[in-house]
Ligand binder design. Structure first.
Ligand code: SD4
Length: 291
């Protein structure tokens, strides 16, 4: 048995490629990386990889994270510029004994030393988007939270090996050097092959406060079904943020357990996600917040 769940419609083509691998008993590490690279490489998905949303200085700084649920290897990059596939660099870092999480110039130096492909990640389309937004907001304060998404995935292969991974350009118009929840273990992603995995998309500064991906895995470890674990983690933390801070940022979480059962929960109006498995061809679903 194998299975895969991913955030947003943009994951569909990548998950379809990964599904072909998993059907032929490919492993969860190669499958998830293949799926995320497909999203990173596709220019028109404007919040991941090439063509991603620029920061306020019109530079594309990318975050990505990778975890192996068997070995607990983790690798993460934050605010990395000019490299084509941050997820490949994150996975390479997961093989290191130390220096698993590198940011900015240090991450770029590592990528250069290890021969990763350099590429200017700012597309013409992203430049136009940036300039339009500056004009639209001429008389207002620029809000960093205006258009962004992260691709996050959890993968289970036929050997029972699980992985989780994320990749994003983060919040549009963020400050240079800002790192969101996506490459942060326990916030943007977490996986334990003996239990299951989870991944988040949304307003990183709030997702981080709840370590929501870890919380979902913890609940599944207590025996909770992924759907119940997602609902409990997201809804409880959303309420908690509202009580303490008066508001809660957008949060959408996906999860899959080691039996291939899955769950999703969101506090936004429409959250699309993709599921694939042995008995299910890659399919896009829509989740809505609980009223
Ligand atoms: C971030 N969580 O950088 C990411 C952005 C995102 O839906 O997922 N948006 O905060």
């Amino acid at each position: 048995m194998w299975g895969m769940i991913a955030t947003w419609r943009m994951a569909l083509e990548g998950v379809s490629e990964a599904a072909e691998l998993l059907e032929k008993e490919g492993n969860a590490s190669d499958a998830i990386v293949r799926a995320i690279c497909a999203v990173e490489d596709f220019e028109y998905y404007k919040s991941v990889g090439y063509g991603g949303l620029p920061n306020e200085e019109m530079e594309v700084e990318l975050d990505a994270g990778y975890m192996d649920g068997d070995t607990f290897d983790i690798g993460c990059v934050g605010a990395i510029k000019d490299y084509a596939n941050p997820i490949l660099i994150a996975r390479a870092l997961s093989k290191e004994r130390v220096n698993n999480f590198l940011v900015g110039a240090g991450a770029e130096k590592y990528a250069h030393r290890h021969g990763f492909v350099r590429k200017n990640m700012l597309s013409e389309r992203a430049k136009i988007h940036y300039h339009n937004r500056i004009v639209e907001n001429r008389d207002q304060e620029l809000k960093p939270y205006a258009g962004h998404d992260t691709v996050g995935m959890v993968c289970l292969d036929t050997q029972g090996h699980m992985t989780a991974a994320t990749s994003t350009s983060g919040l549009f118009m963020k400050h240079a050097g800002r790192v969101g929840d996506s490459p942060v273990l326990g916030a943007g992603f977490y996986v334990d092959s003996q239990v299951g995995g989870a991944s988040a998309t949304g307003f990183g500064e709030d997702v981080m406060k709840g370590c929501v991906s870890y919380e979902i895995v913890r609940l599944m470890k207590e025996g909770m079904h992924p759907q119940k674990a997602c609902d409990q983690a997201v809804q409880t933390f959303d309420r908690e943020l509202r009580r303490r801070r008066g508001k809660a940022g957008d949060m959408s979480l996906i999860a899959m357990n080691q039996k291939g059962e899955w769950g999703v929960s969101t506090n936004i109006d429409n959250f699309s996600f993709v599921v694939a498995g042995e008995k299910q061809k890659p399919t896009v679903y829509l989740a809505k917040k609980d009223e």
